[in-house]
Structures are given as C-alpha cells and as structure tokens.
Design a binder for this molecule. Structure first.
Ligand code: ATP
Ligand code: CA
Ligand code: CA
Length: 400
C-alpha cells in the first residue's frame, strides 16, 4: 500500500516547527514527575493549569541547546494528560520514541476542510493535528467529562487524546501553533483499502475525486458509501450500546460535526487489484491474501474475552455492497446487492471538538435558505447526535 504524506525533512517549511514540537514533548514527557494517580483533583482540570517553558537556542537550566530560533512551549493540564496516557496504557518512553525518535514526522496534505495540518509519526501510532483556539477552549471545557467518559467506558469509540500543547514562536514571526496528539485510528498491520468519514449528512458529503483517482488514501464520505457493515451479534450489540453512550456524551458536551471514521481491509484482493466477494474464489484466479498474523487466526470473537481485537480495532466483519439508484443519488444508504466481502475493520469517532458556535449557526442559517436543512452538516448538537446515530444504525447491522 501507498504511505500517505510527505516526510518533513530539513528545508520543509514546517521543519522547525516539528523540531520545536519534538523538543517540547521530550521536555514534557521526560520531565520527572510524581507517580501518576488516576484519581485526579478538580484543580488538575483548571484551565489555568498550564506550564510555559522557554527554550532559548543556547539552552537553559531546564532545556537543552537546539538549532531553532528561541520559542516557548505550553503544556495544557499536564497532570490530566499524564493520567490519560497512563489510562490508555502508553509507556512514556515509547511515547517519546514514537514522536521524538529518529524517524521524521510525515505531513498529510490537509485532509480536512478546516485548515488544520496533520502529522503522522513514523511508526503510524500517533496523529498530531493543529488546533484552532476555539477547539482548545472546547476541549479544556469538556476535559473533566472526557476524562470520566474514557475512564468509565473502556470500549469507547471516542478518539483517544494524549496531549495538548502550544508552541509560541518568538523571533521575527510571532505566532502560536496549538497541537493535539491523538491515536491513529487506522493504524493497522494490514493495508487499509478504503476509508470513510461518515457524518449522516448529505450536503457536500462526496469526494471530489473521480472514480479512477480513488485509492486507499482517499477519504470517502457519506454519499460515496457503497457498503453496509455487518458485525457478528456480540460485537453488534456492544457497538450499538457504545455508540449510544458516546453520542450521549457528545450531546451533553454540546459538540457536533464529528464523524465515524471507518477503515476497511479487504481480505481477498485479485491479482488485478480488485476486491473479491465471498464465495467466488474459483472464478477469481490468483488471490493475494495478506498473511494473517498467527496469533490472530484463532482469535476468540467474543468482545469480552478477545485480546488483540477490541471494539473498533482489528475486527473481523463482512461488508455488503450497496448501490444507489439513479433517482436516489442523494440517499445516504443504497440498496443491498447481496454481494458480500470478508474484511477487517477499524472505526472510531473523530473530530469531536467543534461546538455549535456562531459560525456553525450562521452556516446552518444561510445554507438552509438554499438546501434542505436536514441535509446540512451544521445542526444543533441534539439533532446532530440523533441524525448521526440514525444513520450509523442503518449502515451497521448484525450479520445473520
Ligand atoms: P473538517 O472540520 O473539515 O471536517 P478537520 O480539519 O477538523 O476537518 P478531521 O475531521 O479531524 O479534520 O480529520 C480529517 C481526516 O483526517 C479524517 O477524515 C480522517 O481521514 C483523518 N483523521 C483525522 N483524525 C484521525 C485519527 N485520529 N486517526 C486516523 N485518521 C484521522
Ligand atoms: Ca471532520
Ligand atoms: Ca473539524
């Protein structure tokens, strides 16, 4: 498979920023700290809980010398993020190696419309996203609830966040760049052949790529969806229950515009690169099946007992192809064709830090003049969550 993104090496316009980020993370994570308790005091969530560190070029008592212009580094609620990393079982040394090790970060060519930049660590474990000030505010506001949610629900599909930081560039250009560090949901030992970003709305929810340009890095959307997902009963029940808990949480926090990101690995790919439906083995000629790691072959499919398989990660499933009739091209769910494929799927809820602010309200207002208001992504958090769930429960079903 093709690796997404462009490696940031010397000369890249964000090379210095990447070095700043790496110096900052090494400082934040490597700094000696008292043993981390998961029972946090309310004060840890105080928005004023942040630490600014100055990184002069020549180094200081606390910071090493470096080759960049002087900059400042801010850690938001460091005690909470330490606890989150512990809760998510991230070893501090491994975390530092992933982000600050020898491998460069890769910059993804702006996958979203928001103008954020995305970086992927060399080992594919972490994604770093630049944040708007408003998103940072939303996150700090909901941090206490987020912490409790991920602590209470081990199988939550809500994206895991590991750190929130700010680099302030001093020198000739003064600007602040805010970063969030999150898990890469589609990290996989298998090639991800298709990725879908699903919201449950239709307006503009289609890729601008032509059929021949679509490949395994293309982010497909609701109107591109030509499958339904079929989960084995125990997983399906777990999935529905968890989607309900997660949506209740997002609704309570009054955020919207989030997506279910789904990555699909097709188990059987023909020599010509086409996917092969179940039961058509004989006619398809040469098959290229990626070897299944031995410890996964006899995996127990019961979510309560399995190891490497978790809700949303590495899940064996089937997908059924759907088609939209020409008169129903704006329908989110097409008609089932009976053509099924064995897959391994990955999914989770991403981009949860947008609140229904004045810009989203205005977007809703002016698009409503021209379009069906229910087709617009920007709706209030309650409607958003309802529409999202209704849609998700239509495209994910029990495999019978
Ligand atoms: P917009 O607000 O226009 O939807 P954005 O700039 O806020 O976009 P996101 O929605 O966060 O961006 O992400 C854009 C794309 O990047 C997603 O559709 C997904 O393909 C990929 N992506 C984002 N976060 C993750 C993640 N944690 N793991 C894997 N892929 C991700
Ligand atoms: Ca998004
Ligand atoms: Ca967004």
């Amino acid at each position: 498979g093709k690796r997404p993104g462009e490696s940031i090496s010397r000369g890249h316009k964000n090379y210095e920023l990447m070095l700043n980020l790496q110096l900052g993370i090494r400082h934040s994570v490597g700094r000696p700290a008292p043993a981390t308790s998961l029972d946090l005091k309310a004060a840890a969530f105080d928005p004023k809980e942040k630490i600014w560190t100055r990184f002069p070029t020549e180094g200081s008592k606390y910071t090493p010398p470096h080759q960049c212009c002087e900059f400042k580094w801010k850690d938001y609620c460091p005690v909470v993020f330490r606890a989150l990393r512990k809760l998510f079982k991230v070893d501090p040394a491994d975390y530092m190696i992933s982000i600050c090790g020898n491998g460069a970060l890769r910059e993804l060519s702006s996958p979203g419309k928001s103008g954020s930049f995305f970086y992927l660590t060399e080992d594919d474990r972490y994604m770093i996203k630049t944040m708007k000030k408003s998103e940072v505010k939303v996150f700090i506001r909901m941090l206490f609830a987020y912490y409790n949610h991920v602590r209470n629900f081990e199988n939550t599909l809500v994206i895991k966040y590991y750190g929130l930081h700010c680099v302030k560039l001093t020198g000739p250009i003064q600007r602040k760049v805010r970063f969030i560090i999150m898990g890469n949901l589609l990290r996989s030992e298998y090639t991800i052949h298709r990725r879908f970003d699903l919201k449950g709305s239709s307006l503009g929810r289609i890729t601008d790529k032509s059929e021949s340009e679509i490949d395994n890095t293309t982010i497909l959307k609701d109107l591109d969806l030509n499958f339904i997902f079929k989960l084995q009963k125990s997983w399906f029940d777990e999935f529905c229950w968890q989607i309900d808990r997660d949506c209740e949480f997002l609704e309570q926090e009054r955020t919207m515009d989030y997506s279910l990101l789904v990555g699909i690995h097709f188990k059987e790919i023909a020599a010509n690169g086409e996917i092969v439906p179940c039961g058509s083995r004989s006619s398809s000629g040469n098959l290229e099946t990626e070897a299944t790691p031995p410890d996964m072959e006899e995996q127990n499919l019961d979510p309560k007992r399995s190891g490497a398989i978790k809700l949303g990660t590495n899940m064996p499933a089937r997908v059924e192809r759907t088609i939209r009739k020409p008169e129903a091209v704006f329908h989110l769910v097409g008609e089932q064709t009976g053509e099924c494929y064995e897959v391994i799927i990955y999914f989770g809820i991403i981009d949860i830090l947008q609140d229904y602010d004045i810009t989203k309200r205005l977007e809703h207002a002016y698009k409503s003049i021209q379009y069906d208001p229910t087709s617009i992504s920007a709706v209030d958090p309650k409607q958003y969550s309802k529409r999202f769930r209704d849609f998700i429960f239509k495209v994910v079903c029990e495999d019978t």
